[in-house]
Design a protein around this ligand. Sequence first.
Ligand code: GLU
Length: 441
Amino acid sequence: MTTTRFAPSPTGYIHVGNLRTALMNYLIARKSGGTFILRIDDTDPERSKETYVDAIKQDLEWLGLTWDKVERQSERLDRYVAAADKLREIGRFYEAFETPTELDLKRKKQLNMGKPPVYDRAALNLSDDEKTALRAERGDGVWRFKLDHQRIEWTDGILGDISIDAASVSDPVLIRGDGQFLYTLASVVDDTEMGVTHVVRGSDHVTNTATQIQIIEALGGTVPSFAHHSLLTGPQGEALSKRLGTLALRDLREAGVQPMALLSLMARLGSSDPVELRSDMAELVEGFDINRFGAAPTKFDVEDLYPLTARHLQSLPLAAVQSVLEGLGVPADKQAAFWDVAKENITTLNDLGPWWDLCRDGADPLIADEDKDFIAEAMALLPEGPYDSDSWGTWTAAVKEKTGRKGKGLFMPLRKAVTGMERGPDMSALLALMETVRARG
Ligand code: GLU
């Protein structure tokens, strides 16, 4: 039975980079009829905020990424205590007292000598008396996991065969001096106890995975399948990390991006399959294959979301947008016709408001100097509303007859006078929806 999890730390709003992780884990679970856990990694009481927990849930709900279970690390501290005890018992856990400055100095020395900056395990040589003295002087130390200096190997679902020399990695700190458990341990305990079978996360976690595999084995757990997706870059390949703050899911929602557009893009971006606009979650699940993703950094351009959003909206029936139209005040008997006209001319639902304003209030006319007399003549021929789908045809025929104009010279000035714009919907359909034409005077 497949079990996956999305494990955000509630220290900020989730962004497109987090979504990639969430979506891949979600799709793997759904594809195999398994379980998808939302795990809130809130072991850091200072940085974790309840508002972010709520926001993460809202964002996932907006996208339809429903979870089967929620877990919170802050409620599971006793499990981490038990795991730490076990690591101590089996001799894989040791207390170390170096200050950050001392560690920094050690690293610099190593680098100067051309050596990798790996923790030198000096704390392993401390006697009990020395530890007692250090504790009295500096407070509790940090607890480090003693890695087995072998190669750590796994077959990654995306990166393929990985082999990391444990001696090239520092023994990871699992408990801070203030007693706070760190993610590296908490995550392993949770993954094991919750029966997580597949872990997909960003390639910034590859070294964590190496150390976590040894911790899982030391605790007697089963190592899940790991897959590390590449990190997103901007359209030019530039690092996205600084801009991710502006790519929060809630900002995209605000900007009018549609869930299906966002999900369709993220389910394929960075894979060898083309991006295809999907109409529902079932199609998305069906078309997803983690093995098609590559290790190269993935270019993400937020602008790609808008054509997909527009296409998605064009495919929607009236029922899907009825509440939005009601919110705008479009009367029930005009909703179907308005949606037909508007959907071809919007990028996001945020663009609907101005179209409805135009229908209800008319527009400031756009009249070129040389067309002034022509428009005055034409407007005299336009009856008062209400208009219907024949009005435009009847009117333009009468104007043509009276003025002798035809083709673009006839239609374009009229469109500009009625809508204030050079482009837009089919005029027969639009005029039928308009309550007033301001150029009529
Ligand atoms: N809370 C961790 C993070 O956001 C989870 C990483 C993982 O998936 O294990 O980076």
